[in-house]
Design a protein around this ligand. Structure first.
Ligand code: SF4
Length: 317
């Protein structure tokens, strides 16, 4: 089955944009996250942040790119790459340090894009200006990855995100004003969210100038706040079937041009107390595709709720 028949895939997007397959080279900087400094961080955040496969952060950007490139080029015969600043909050550092890291990545051969993962409360016009000058000087595309997880601001508080929905919207609008690509991360089965929260997340993101979405299923790593709550039985997580229905609904209502980079978390099960209901992500993906097939469905089939949609109900309009 070709997934492109059902949703706008990331691999297809990259091939269209760059004319060939592109691979991400993760970079792990010796940094942290303001949310971990000020408090215990997001309740699902593990000690290693989000970079389960990242290289040691003491290595230089060039050394990490070199090492990852050697491995990936050999494995996939890859020629062009994205420098992916993945772990923690990659704009939470003095502006000068940020500039040096970005310049090092931009100057590395065969990098077509720099992708920077950060938090909505850690990006402002000065940092965006640095990236703009790098784009102009080195002709590199820039993508900003913003964690949001849900538009339910009560849930954002409960999971201790340390930012609210307004800050997310502000960061999206500012980043978009520079013409950078925006990727947003969401989790569709946070314990405090229901089907309606997931759907509203889809609708708000469809109304904003966002180009890519990474959908995650909740992953509860060992030794996190959430793992303690899970073990105590004070939170409950929706079933696999409920998640799949939420996911199908999300994709059906999503703006058709938004690229979907992933549909489920893909992290090592051995570090988790809960991960994908004990089922591999590719099996879940097969189930999702089967559901879309059975419903004769595709991304954006119900994308009809924006742009003054009630006006369509007027007679003779
Ligand atoms: S924003 Fe990311 S790195 Fe920071 S506490 Fe939350 S999950 Fe951890």
């Amino acid at each position: 089955v070709n997934n492109q028949n059902f949703y706008h895939t990331y691999s297809e997007y990259l091939v269209k944009k760059y004319g060939e397959k592109i691979y991400k080279l993760p970079i792990n900087l010796p940094i942290t996250c303001p949310n971990r400094l000020e408090s215990s961080g997001c309740t699902f955040c593990s000690d290693c942040g989000t970079g389960f496969e990242a290289l040691e952060s003491f290595k230089s950007v060039t050394a990490q790119l070199e090492e990852n490139k050697a491995y990936i080029s050999k494995k996939y015969k890859a020629k062009k790459f994205i420098a992916y600043f993945q772990n923690y909050t990659n704009t939470f550092m003095p502006l000068e340090d940020f500039k040096l890291y970005m310049l090092e990545a931009a100057a590395y051969p065969d990098i077509v894009e720099i992708s920077i993962s950060t938090r909505p409360d850690c990006i402002n016009l000065e940092y965006l200006q640095v990236l703009k000058s790098i784009r102009e000087k080195y002709q590199k595309e820039i993508t900003i990855e913003l964690g949001l997880q849900t538009v339910n601001y009560h849930t954002l508080e409960k999971i201790n995100r340390g930012h609210d929905l307004a800050q997310f919207i502000d960061s999206v609008l500012k980043t978009h004003s520079f013409g950078f690509t925006i990727c947003t991360h969401v989790i569709l089965n946070l314990p405090y969210d229901d089907d309606l929260d997931a759907l509203e997340t889809c609708k708000v993101l469809s109304a904003l100038p966002i180009q890519i979405i990474k959908i995650h299923s909740l992953y509860i790593a060992k030794n996190t706040w959430l793992s303690k709550e899970y073990e105590r039985g004070t939170i409950s997580i929706c079933t696999k079937d409920e998640y799949l229905h939420r996911l199908v609904n999300f994709v059906e209502f999503l703006r058709p041009d938004i690229v979907i980079e992933r549909l489920f978390s893909r992290v090592p099960e051995e570090d988790a107390v809960f991960s994908n209901w004990g089922i591999s992500w590719w099996k879940l993906q097969d189930e999702f595709i089967q559901m879309m097939t059975d419903r004769h469905s595709y991304q954006g089939i119900y994308f009809n709720y924006l742009n003054g949609s009630a006006l369509n109900k007027l007679p003779f309009n």
